[in-house]
Unconditional design. Structure first.
Length: 233
């Protein structure tokens, strides 16, 4: 396999700092996992085209969450290909209701476009990327709709922004100043232990911003991941 081919016909595309890495499944019905910033869509297209995939042929985009660096290319690609887009049910609600605060686009003051979500994802279900089956694991904390994708057969974890190099990603908490004490109390009362990723058997972990073999540092994934209550408004 090619150096950036993590499974047969699934290719890893590494982007610059704070621009989400993403993945391409090359076939007659290509599948993308995340799509980068909208401002970088021309570069995204070039990187995907270099792998022999035409954006107009894309059949499905799977988004790990709805932050702008992960969904930026969605609308343009969907307009060109009429592809399906799959997102966790929480993120689907944000997109369907055009809530650009809960997606954090307005907080970050960055450009992004709404699109049509055609499939809701849930914790524990299986999503097919060609012949490769990935388990959806719901990991709220960095994003209320965050997921990781785990291929149990090959022990490959696409960890998105749930895990970074030697660390977990930033948790996004946005209470209003006037409600801060109540928000802290609510968070303390509503903590949800989530899925303990340190219990997964992994041969390869592909995080948001680096491509690396796992080591003992994967144990930091055993932290308690925050519930959607951390996304207070």
């Amino acid at each position: 396999m090619a150096e950036n081919e993590i499974l047969k016909d699934i290719f890893f595309i590494e982007r610059g700092y704070l621009n989400a890495n993403h993945f391409v499944y090359r076939s007659n019905a290509p599948i993308l996992i995340d799509s980068g910033y909208v401002a970088d869509v021309d570069e995204t297209e070039k990187l995907i085209t270099d792998l022999g995939v035409n954006l107009s042929d894309v059949s499905l985009i799977i988004n790990t969450h709805s932050h702008c660096d992960h969904i930026g290319g969605n609308r343009i690609i969907q307009q060109r290909s009429d592809c399906d887009i799959a997102l966790h049910a929480v993120g689907r609600h944000f997109i369907d209701s055009q809530d650009d605060w809960s997606t954090w686009w307005k907080y970050y003051n960055q450009e992004a476009d709404f699109f049509t979500v055609t499939r809701s994802l849930a914790d524990g279900e299986s999503v097919a990327v060609g012949p490769h089956e990935f388990e959806v694991i719901y990991t709220p904390g960095h994003a209320a709709d965050g997921i990781v994708l785990y291929n149990r057969r090959e022990k490959i974890l696409i960890s998105s922004d749930t895990l970074w190099e030697n660390d977990s990603a930033v948790l996004t908490l946005a209470p209003q100043p006037t409600s801060l004490p109540a928000a802290i109390i609510s968070c303390a009362q509503q903590l949800w232990p989530g899925r303990d990723l340190s219990q997964l058997s992994t041969a390869l972990v592909v995080p948001q911003d680096l491509f690396r073999e796992p080591d003992a540092d994967i144990q930091i994934a055993g932290i308690l991941l925050a519930s959607p209550e951390f996304q207070l408004r």
